[in-house]
Ligand binder design. Structure first.
Ligand code: NAD
Ligand code: WQD
Length: 357
C-alpha cells in the first residue's frame, strides 16, 4: 500500500516525502509542476536512497488521476497540491477556486470511487483572518479575508460534509502557520518563482545578493517593535506533523483539525536580526507602509496537536534561519540552475503525462 502525495514536488511536499520515506512508507507523487520542478523530486530520491513513482498530471484531469488509482494500491492521500499566493488569488479568483476547490473535489470523487477515504489536507492559519485573540485555538471563528483563504475554508467544509455523508472517511485538517527553513542537507528548500512574497525567502535573496534590500511593511502595529508578528515553523517539524497526522487518520475515523505552529511569535525585525547573526550577512531594509490585508499578530495554540498527535515543533528560529541560509547559499537560484547539470531521468514538464520510478 502506498500514500499518494499530491503537490509532492513543492516546498512542504518534498520535505514530507523525505520524512515519510525515511519512516518506511511507500509513496506516489502527483504534481503538475506548475510551481515546482522535477529536480526537487530527484533530490528527494538522492537524499533518502528510495525510489517512488511520479505522475506529472493535473488534479483537474480526472481520467489521468483515475489511472493513478488503477495502477497503484493507495491507502491514504496527503493533499498539498494547490495555488498559494494571496495577491494572485485577489487578482484572479476564478483560477484559484478552480484549481484549489475543483481540484480537491475531483480528487475526492476519485478517492471515493476507489474506496480510499483517508486524507490529510494542507489548510492554513489564513482561515482565521484577523484573530480576536492570540494564541489562536482551533475553535476560533473562521473569517478569512481573501480568495486563497476562502479556498482553504471551503475545502475544509467540503471534507467535513464528506465525513457527515459517510463516517468511514478520516480527515486531518492541518492549519499551518508560517513555514520556513529547509532540510539540513541544503539539498531541498523553498524555490519561489519570481520575486518572493513571503518574508524569509525575501530576506534570504537579499542575503545572497539577488535582491537589494528588504521592504518592511509597517512599523506602527501594536506589537513589541511595531512590525508584524508571526509564528514561524521549521518545515521539517511541519513535515513530521504530517507523518503523525497520517498515523492518526489511519487508526481512527473522523475529522481532526490541528494548528501546526510553535506557539511563539517573532517580529519582522527579530527575524532580520536572527538571519543576520546566523548568516553573517547584513540585510539592509527600508520601512514602508502596511501591506494591504496584513494582520498585526498571529501565533498558534498548539496543545491539541501536542496531546492528540504526540507532536511538537522542536526547531527554534536560529535553526530555521541557519537552514534557510544553507539552502539559499548552496542554491542561489533555487532549483533553476541545476536543470542542465541534473542526471534526472524525469522528462520535461512539457510532457502531459509521465510516470517515472
Ligand atoms: P508549493 O507551491 O511549493 O507546492 C504546491 C505544489 O502543488 C506545487 O508543486 C505545484 O506544482 C502543485 N500543484 C498546484 N496545483 C496543482 C494541480 N492542479 N495539480 C497538480 N499539482 C498541482 O507550495 P507549498 O508551500 O509546498 O504549499 C503546499 C500546500 O500547503 C498548499 O496547498 C498551500 O496552500 C499550503 N500552505 C502553504 C503555506 C506556506 O506558507 N508555504 C502555508 C499554509 C498552507
Ligand atoms: C510575514 C510578515 C509581513 C514580506 C502569508 C499568507 C498566508 C500563508 C503564509 C499560505 C508580515 C512582513 C513580508 C516582505 C515584510 N500562506 N513582510 N516584507 O503574510 O503571515 O502569510 O504566507 O497559507 O496565507 O498570507 O507571511 O511571510 O508574507 O509575512 O515586511 O517583503 O513579514 O508584513 O508581517 P504572512 P509573510
Amino acid at each position: 500500500m502506498a500514500v499518494l502525495i499530491t503537490g509532492g514536488a513543492g516546498y512542504i511536499g518534498t520535505h514530507t516525502c523525505v520524512e515519510l520515506l525515511n519512516d518506511g512508507y511507500e509513496i506516489i507523487v502527483v504534481d503538475n509542476f506548475s510551481n515546482s520542478q522535477p529536480e526537487s523530486l530527484r533530490r528527494v530520491k538522492e537524499l533518502t536512497g528510495r525510489e517512488f513513482k511520479t505522475y506529472a498530471i493535473d488534479l483537474l484531469d480526472a481520467q489521468s488521476l483515475e489511472r493513478v488509482f488503477t495502477e497503484n494500491l493507495i491507502s491514504s492521500v496527503v493533499h498539498f497540491a494547490g495555488l498559494k499566493a494571496v495577491g494572485e488569488s485577489v487578482a484572479d479568483p476564478l483560477w484559484y477556486y478552480r484549481n484549489n476547490v475543483i481540484g480537491t473535489i475531483i480528487l475526492c470523487e476519485v478517492m471515493k470511487k476507489f474506496q480510499v477515504k483517508n486524507i490529510v489536507f494542507s489548510s492554513s492559519a489564513t482561515v482565521y483572518g484577523q484573530p480576536d485573540q492570540v494564541p489562536i485555538r482551533e475553535n476560533a471563528l473562521l473569517k478569512t479575508t481573501n480568495p486563497y483563504g476562502r479556498t482553504k475554508h471551503m475545502i475544509e467544509e467540503i471534507l467535513r460534509d464528506l465525513y457527515i455523508s459517510d463516517s468511514s472517511w478520516s480527515v486531518a485538517l492541518l492549519r499551518y502557520f508560517n513555514p520556513i527553513g529547509a532540510h539540513k542537507s541544503g539539498m531541498i528548500g523553498e524555490s519561489p518563482k519570481g520575486i518572493p512574497n513571503n518574508l524569509l525567502p525575501y530576506i534570504s535573496q537579499v542575503a545572497v545578493g539577488s535582491l537589494d534590500e528588504l521592504r518592511v511593511f509597517g512599523n506602527d502595529y501594536e506589537t513589541k517593535d511595531g512590525t508584524g508578528v508571526r509564528d514561524y515553523i521549521h518545515v521539517v517539524d511541519l513535515a513530521i506533523g504530517h507523518v503523525r497526522a497520517l498515523e492518526k487518520i489511519e487508526s481512527s475515523d473522523g475529522v481532526h483539525t490541528y494548528n501546526l505552529g510553535t506557539g511563539k511569535g517573532y517580529s519582522v525585525l527579530e527575524m532580520v536580526d536572527t538571519f543576520e547573526e546566523t548568516s553573517g550577512k547584513s540585510i539592509p531594509y527600508t520601512i514602508l507602509g502596511r501591506r494591504p490585508g496584513d494582520i498585526p499578530i498571529c501565533f498558534a495554540e498548539t496543545t491539541k496537536a501536542n496531546v492528540e498527535l504526540g507532536w511538537r515543533a522542536e526547531r527554534g528560529i536560529d535553526e530555521m534561519c541557519e537552514d534557510t541560509w544553507r539552502w539559499q547559499s548552496l542554491n542561489p537560484n533555487g532549483y533553476e540552475q541545476s536543470n542542465t547539470e541534473s542526471e534526472t531521468s524525469v522528462p520535461s514538464k512539457a510532457a502531459d503525462f509521465f510516470v517515472t520510478k
